[in-house]
Each structure stands twice: as C-alpha cells, then as structure tokens.
Design a protein around this ligand. Structure first.
Ligand SMILES: [Zn+2]
Length: 626
C-alpha cells in the first residue's frame, strides 16, 4: 500500500519545511504517477467549505498528522480525562522543540494558553486553532508567531459535550450544520466551575494551569444576544481588581492592536457588548464584574491577563472562524512584540501577591465585589436597523432586525468601583472536617499546611444572618446568590456576614493556608464568605445554617417562665416586642423561640462561619512540612 500511503506519513522529523514545497508541487505531482499526491493540509472545516466542524476523533486525527509532520515544533500532552472517559489533550507549539514549561519560563518565552470548546456548540476557536497550528508549522506562513511565544492549545475542552453532537444544539447560531452541546456530561457548565472545581474537566484544567503557569489566557466562544454588525468581539478586564501594569498594558497595547489588526483583516471588531436592554441598544452598554466562576475572572485571580473572544452567532461560519483566526493571530503578534514586558509584568504580579501576604495589614482593602460607578462615555455603535412591533404570539415586543446598517452613539459604562473589600488575614485556618472545601483549595494549586494536634483558640471570623437560597438548583448546587441565569425564581441573598471574634475548635489535620503564595487571591475569594464565588456562596457551608435540636413547647414554657422571673430586662424586651411586632405577638412558635435563642441551650454555632482568619501564626501547632 506504499504507493497510496498519504505522503505526510513520509515527511520526516527534520523535513517539516518540505511540506510547503510539497504543497506547491501539488499540481505537478498529480501528473506524475510514480509520485504520491501532495498532502492536503486543509483543515476539516476548510475542506467542507465551512459547512461542518470535525468530531473529536477527526479533530485529533488531523492534529496527529500535523504532529507527525512537525514533531520538533508540535507535541501532544494528555492533561486528564472527562467523566465519560475521553482524553483531554493539549497541543503544544514551540519553534525549537522546547516543550517544558520550566525551560520556556527560564528563557523568558511567554506561554499562551488558548482554550476552545468549553461550550461545545461554539466551535469557531477550535477550527481557527487548527488552521493557525497548520500555518505555524506546515505552511510556516505564521511561523513568526512562535518566535518568542510558545502556544498551548486546548482544542476540545468540553469533550463529552462535544460528542453530544447534533443539528439542534444552538438555536441562535448560523452554522456549522452540527455541533456539540453547551454543558459536560453531568450537565454542568464548565464556565461556571472555575472556583468550585467540581467537574473532572475543571480538575484537569487546574492541573494543566499549574503545570504550565501560562503568561496569557484566551477563551473562545460564540455569543448570544442582540444582532449587530460586529462579527468579532472580545472582553478583557481592567478594573480595580487587576494589577495596574497589566490593566495598563491591556488598555493601551493589547486592545488597540487587536482592534486595528483584526479590522485591517476585514472584520468588524469591538469590545464585548453588554446591552442594558437587548431590544433597545439606545439605552446603552453596561459593565459588570467578571467573577471567578468564569474562566477569565478566575485567571485574573491567578495574576495573569485573560481574554475572552466572542464571535457573533448570526455571522456565517467562515466569517466567524476566520475572525477567530485573525484574533488569535493578532494576540500572538502582541505577545511576541511585548514578550519581555508581559513576562516581567506577570512575575511582578506574583511577587506583589506574595509580598502582600507576608504581613497582616488591617488597613488593606482587597476587592471582592465590584459594580459600575455609573461613568459613561459615548460609543459609536454599529448596529442594524430594527422594527419593533407588538407580537400577537408573545404579547410582548417583537424585534425584527434588517441587515441595513445603522450607526448611533450610545452611552457605554466604563468604570467599575469596589463595593465590598476586606483586609486579608495572614492565613486562613479551615477545620479538618471541611474536607471538600480544603480539597478545592488544593486543586487550585495552593500550598496547604496541616496542624499537628488539636488546637482551640479565639480567631477572627464571621457571624452570618439573613441568608436566603436560590429556589432552584444552580449548577447542581443550592446557592446563596442569584445568578443572571436565575430567571424569575432568582431570590437569593448572601445575607450579612458580620466580623466576629469567636473561640473555635480546630482538630489535628486542620488546613492552614498562608497568603504569601502566588495564588493567594484565589484562596481569599474561596474563603471570604461574601465573595461572589466563595465556598459559602456556592453552598459548601449550608449545613452551618441548620438548627438540629428543638425545644418542645411544654418544656420551653417552663424555661421561659424561669428566665422571665430572673431577668427584668428580658421581660421588658419581650413585652416591648409583643407591643411593637404584630406578627411576633401572633405566633406562639416565635414567642417561644425568642426565649430558646436567649437560653443556654441554643446552639451558638448556627450561622457562625467555622473558618478562622489568622492575623498571626503564633501558637498555631503547624505540622512540620514534609
Ligand atoms: Zn460560550
């Protein structure tokens, strides 16, 4: 079968460059029967003229061809396994075969991690990445993009969702003909899982992240939402929770280059558009916190710049894939150009995080929650003319987009302000029995020390009250926050957590997380209960709010009488409450509970956050590090 074997199989390790020549010789080769046909390096999407996107097996078949043809520039690495048992694979592209993170970091060569297919109906980035890899190592038209940078590409992150393949997975989207499903096999949205890290895919990602510690991260998507002219939109965070040098670089170097370079390649590009009202762009664009349940918000906490790519669902598949390609190309051009600045900035961010964690500063203000401060600037919005009529089907407004371009100036919010901040402690101490909470800390790559023996002591913590849960599960959990996806059932509240001093018990083996480490910001967001994606917010501490012992009414009657007889001030308080609060006065249960809560039988641990904020490590029986 030698004559019919595909010629790429014979492209030896040192002859990858020849692929270009072979391509050029394609026509001539066809006329010579004794020579094999030139290899066809078109990607599966290109071969179908962008009608289709390849399945998991076909994707890696193409990638293996690339690796075989350019083994000194490309390598595959397995980084985990999905719930259904599929291998999670990254492609590493490096100009000289340096495939180890330590060597790349030592040479100050920035590592760029591109993540595709987290939502496996959104395939643009995957097909763009295949073409880009080909153009780096086979045609070598884009070989220069590896001059300083090394590229690590996750082609199919949500591999199980990817193989839930069908024509009816993306109702709003214009091609490809079939694609995968948004969530993974447990129906969890991986792009809500970065902090709680429940899915096997997330655990694999975190191992990959900690092994490579990339200098820049890109997550590729296809947007939903209103119709407009832009085919390529991107998001990057520059708020007060971002290191100033990184924010400055994103604002003044990265974003302007992406905009001009992608536009010069023929695309209509803009920063991500969040409309106040999707049916009425004139109301303007909003800005919101990017919390760490999302990939980009999480990477921010890891001290690295993150970029979100969102192509527009209604543009044809070719436009979107090529737009994604140009976007990734532009990002890599900036990374190569600014390689030293990027590497230095990231190292300084790590060093600043570690330095801040070495001492306890009660005046420090670490931002946990942010929202728009209302500042706006005029934005020239390139939309489509739309007619709005009353719909006899929905009974509401019906928006009908034409494809007639229109331009209008709308207000765009520009600035986030900090609405909740804390002074981080020197370390957190988590009682040994909260194993899931500790396990997540470790998954994030945080250094966790253990206590050698039981310890009891007075620590800073919180007492939380007024907590409400979302009526329906969110990402499989009973959460304390109302996510935008919560819809009409969103009635939740993280309540009020008030700083408190309490004597808590920490059994031997309790986890101590010092904040003088590079991922300290992740620990703070996980363990400060009022952070938007804390363990508390995600429901990992729900059981602390449950009352487990109850007083019988006839027992409480006796106790209450006894308490009233001994305490004149309590009697006065009770009577005032009866006079002022009708609901209280009308409820026998509430009236008895008033006394139970004030009796020594009441469980003081209800609502008491069991994690301690240590402002000193003196007296903490830390086990010697192994
Ligand atoms: Zn998406």
């Amino acid at each position: 079968m030698r004559a019919h074997a595909p010629s790429y199989a014979r492209v030896g390790p040192t002859t990858a460059v020849c692929a270009v020549a072979l391509l050029a010789l394609g026509a001539a080769a066809g006329s010579q029967p004794d020579r094999p046909p030139a290899p066809d390096w078109r990607t599966p999407a290109e071969l179908s003229d962008y009608r289709t996107t390849p399945r998991y097996a076909e994707t890696f078949e193409y990638v293996r061809r690339l690796v075989k043809a350019a083994p000194h520039t490309l390598r595959l690495e397995n980084f985990g396994r999905t719930g259904e048992g599929r291998d999670l694979i990254v492609v590493i592209a490096s100009k000289d075969g340096m495939f180890e993170p330590a060597g790349l970091h030592a040479a100050r060569r920035p590592v760029v991690l591109v993540q595709n297919s987290i939502h496996a109906g959104e395939m643009d980035g995957k097909d763009a990445s295949l073409a880009l890899l080909r153009d780096m190592v086979i045609t070598r038209e884009k070989a220069g993009l590896l001059e300083r940078a090394a590229l690590v590409v996750i082609l199919i992150y949500n591999a199980d969702g990817h193989e839930r393949f069908g024509a009816y997975n993306r109702i709003n989207q214009n091609g490809p003909e079939e694609s995968g499903w948004r969530t993974q096999a447990l129906n969890l949205n991986l792009n809500r899982d970065y902090m709680k890290a429940e899915a096997p895919e997330t655990r694999s990602f975190l191992r990959l992240w900690n092994r490579w510690l990339p200098d820049l991260f890109v997550d590729t998507h296809v947007t939903d939402g209103a119709d407009f002219q832009y085919d390529t939109t991107y998001g990057l965070d520059t708020g007060p929770d971002i290191f100033p040098a990184q924010a400055e670089w994103k604002r003044t170097a990265l974003a302007p280059f992406i905009e001009s370079s992608v536009a010069a390649a023929g695309h209509v590009v803009s920063a991500y558009l969040n409309f106040k009202d999707d049916t009425d762009p004139s109301q303007g664009l909003t800005i919101a916190q990017d919390p760490p349940r999302f990939s980009t918000g999480y990477i921010n906490l890891q001290n690295r710049p993150a970029l979100l790519l969102e192509t527009h669902m209604l543009k044809d598949y070719r436009t979107r894939v090529v737009g994604s390609y140009e976007f990734l190309r532009a990002v890599l051009e900036v990374v190569n150009r600014d390689a030293d600045r990027l590497v230095t900035m990231n190292r300084e961010a790590d060093a600043a995080t570690i330095a801040a964690g070495r001492t306890y500063d009660p005046a420090a203000r670490f931002p946990l929650r942010l929202e728009s401060d209302g500042t706006t600037e005029p934005f020239g919005f390139r939309g489509y003319k739309a007619t709005v009529t009353q719909s006899e089907i929905s009974g509401g407004r019906r928006v009908d987009y034409s494809h007639e371009a229109m331009e209008t100036t709308v207000p765009r919010q520009t600035t986030l302000k900090v609405t909740l901040a804390v002074a981080p402690p020197l370390a957190y101490i988590v009682p040994a029995q909260w194993t899931q909470v500790i396990d997540v800390l470790r998954a994030h790559g945080l250094r966790v020390e253990r206590t050698a023996r039981d310890w009891q002591g007075e620590v800073d913590t919180y007492r939380c009250d007024g907590v409400k849960w979302l009526e329906r599960p969110f990402e499989g959990r009973q959460v304390l926050f109302a996510p935008p996806e919560g819809g009409p059932h969103a009635k939740a509240s993280a309540g009020d957590c008030v700083a408190a001093r309490a004597t808590l018990v920490f059994p031997a083996g309790s986890a101590v997380v010092r904040l003088d480490q590079r991922a300290a910001r992740v620990a703070i967001h996980w363990l400060e209960p009022q952070a938007p994606d804390s363990a508390m917010t995600w429901g990992f501490f729900n059981s602390i709010f449950e009352q487990k012992e109850y007083a019988e009414a006839y027992v409480m009657e006796r106790v209450a009488r006894d308490m009233l007889g001994k305490d004149a001030r309590l009697k006065e308080e009770f009577e005032r409450r009866l006079a002022e609060d009708k609901d209280f006065a009308a409820s026998p249960e509430a009236r008895l509970a008033f006394f139970y809560r004030r009796s020594p039988w009441w469980d003081p641990r209800i609502g008491l956050y069991p994690v301690g904020r240590l402002t000193s490590l003196q007296g903490i029986p830390l086990a010697p590090e192994r």
